[in-house]
Write a protein that binds this ligand. Structure first.
Ligand SMILES: Nc1ncnc2c1ncn2[C@@H]1O[C@H](COP(=O)(O)OP(=O)(O)OP(=O)(O)O)[C@@H](O)[C@H]1O
Ligand SMILES: [Mg+2]
Length: 507
């Protein structure tokens, strides 16, 4: 049924509801992005599941967020339930084979999967400011903080590095203001307090090392299937800002690390963002612009991005316009806003003379959708009423025991599970402070002791002033040494990357 150049999605139906033809997603347009929408319970997650299965079977790694845990079933063999077998017959999926997929579970909180971490420097000032909902003035201070870290060779890995740096900046506020512009104690204090809140929300787990290696979400199995990375996102959803920031960071990392590839036979990686409205809710315009930019540019890196959300109006127009492959499940049309959503959704399709799109959208059954995929030359196909195929893997969540087993046997088992806390800003600043203190104490001791050994007439050479300054130099030397150490250990990554910022500058 499925050949090597496409993914079987389901069967479109004629006006009399009889079988029309197989609907497929062409793999060569898999990087032209996509959209799965529909009201709650209409079949979005199952559509995501069968697309992810199709990509995996074609050898394309997949990354998806699992909001309710019900996507985890993709790691287990499906069962021949009556309604699934019936659906398979309706769409002429023959034979209907069951299959389990190679899944790697991830979890920002490290509970339902391998921990995913990023360093503070990788995250960069723009995304951090967004995560912390900083004011413009505070964001300015954050930018300066990153510059100072860069110039002074302070590695920013985890939240305590950032805390230590901010404390240090608060102490030197006057000196730094003169050099960089306004660094006020209150604005630094405000950022420090927001950081504490972030910490209380569990974000501390997310920042640090070992940071995620992009290669680990781009794995394939020995038999040539793409690994499916499933991000446990149920807890993450309670912190939508962290969710959005994380996903943006991941896309930006991909953008920076992957080479330009042009048009390929199939994508290198495919992303599914469930509850995509969270990415855009309350997002400042500059951020929406960046998302739009990343989505547009990442295509040429061979990455496809599929948004899954209830309402197409959740997605900004500029982003929506770039989503080529569309699966529209049923929408309700009770309120004016819902009616507007139905009209908008209907208008985005290439019309089919056989039916009225807007009416059809409100009448679709569960697991049925209006489908329009890109066809030859990347033009959207005429919209079709389509019954979506049943999945080959299990429908619904797996048990905690099943999950534990998969995590233990995963190809990245042991790689990320322990935090590594190497020397970075926190330790260096602490050491510096201690060295300064010790030196001060030593100088004082030498001064008081020195007076006993003063040789009359030589006071100007061996005088207290000189000793003191030579001790100061020692402190400076120590500081320089630790700077060299920290730069030397930064594994070749630029300390400040300003991820999305550099994207903007690059184009
Ligand atoms: N293609 C399909 N084949 C067979 N059954 C399906 C199909 N799509 C959906 N269903 C049935 O409908 C149920 C609900 O589908 P699904 O969980 O995908 O909805 P949803 O749109 O993701 O809902 P929510 O917004 O609540 O997450 C499934 O559990 C399954 O029983
Ligand atoms: Mg769902």
């Amino acid at each position: 049924m499925v050949d090597e150049t496409s993914i079987f999605i389901g069967a479109s139906r004629k006006p009399d509801d009889s079988y029309q033809r197989a609907e497929e997603l062409l793999l060569r347009y898999g990087n032209r992005h996509g959209l799965v929408t529909g009201a709650t319970g209409t079949g979005k997650t199952v559509s995501l599941q069968i697309l992810a299965e199709g990509f995996s079977n074609a050898g394309v790694p997949v990354f998806c967020a699992d909001i309710k845990g019900d996507l985890s079933g993709i790691s287990m063999m499906g069962e021949a339930k009556d309604f699934l077998v019936k659906r398979a017959e309706q769409v002429k999926l023959d034979p209907y084979q069951f299959q389990e997929f190679p899944v790697i579970f991830w979890d920002l909180f490290g509970e339902q999967g391998h921990p995913i971490r990023a360093t503070i420097s990788e995250m960069g000032p723009l995304l951090l400011s967004r995560l912390m909902n900083l004011t413009e003035a505070q964001e300015g201070v954050m930018n300066i903080a990153f510059r100072i870290a860069d110039e002074e060779g302070l590695l920013l890995l985890d939240l305590k590095d950032l805390q230590a740096l901010l404390a240090n900046i608060a102490e030197r506020a006057d000196e730094l203001s003169a050099r960089y512009g306004n660094v006020t104690k209150p604005s630094v204090g405000a950022i420090q307090r927001t950081l504490l809140v972030l910490e209380q929300q569990g974000a501390a787990n997310f920042f640090g090392e070992p940071a995620l290696r992009i290669a680990d979400i781009m794995r394939t199995t020995r038999d040539g299937r793409g690994a499916i990375s499933v991000l446990a996102a149920d807890k993450l959803m309670m912190n939508p800002r962290l969710y959005a920031t994380f996903l943006l960071w991941l896309m930006s990392e991909l953008f920076e690390e992957l080479p330009e590839v042009g048009d390929l036979d199939q994508p290198k990686l495919v992303f599914f963002f469930d509850e995509a409205h969270l990415l855009f809710e309350d997002a400042p315009k500059v951020l929406i612009d960046r998302v739009e930019q990343v989505v547009r540019l990442i295509r040429s890196k061979g990455v496809g991005v599929y948004f899954v959300t209830q309402n197409p109006l959740d997605i900004p127009e500029k982003v929506l316009a770039q989503l080529g492959n569309r699966v529209q499940h049923a929408l309700r049309a009770y309120t004016p806003r819902e009616q507007q959503a139905v009209r908008t959704a209907a208008e985005t399709f290439r019309p089919n003379p056989d039916f009225d799109c807007a009416t059809a959208i409100t009448q679709l059954a569960t697991g049925e959708a209006l489908v329009s995929m890109l066809e030859d030359k990347g033009v959207p196909a005429m919209v079709q009423r389509t019954l979506i195929r049943p999945p080959s893997s299990r429908l619904g969540p797996i048990t905690p025991d099943e999950r534990r087993k998969i995590i233990a046997e995963s190809p990245v088992a042991g790689q990320y599970d322990q935090v590594v806390d190497r020397e970075s800003a926190f330790e260096i600043l602490q050491k510096k402070a201690k060295e300064a203190q010790d030196a001060e104490a030593q100088a004082q001791q030498q001064n008081s002791g020195g007076s006993r050994w003063t040789i009359p007439g030589f006071d100007d050479v061996l005088g207290t002033g000189n000793r003191r300054s030579s001790n100061r130099q020692t402190v400076a030397e120590a500081a320089i040494k630790s700077v060299v150490r920290s730069v030397g250990s930064s594994v070749g990554r630029a300390i400040v990357r300003g991820i999305l910022g550099s994207l903007a500058r690059g184009r």
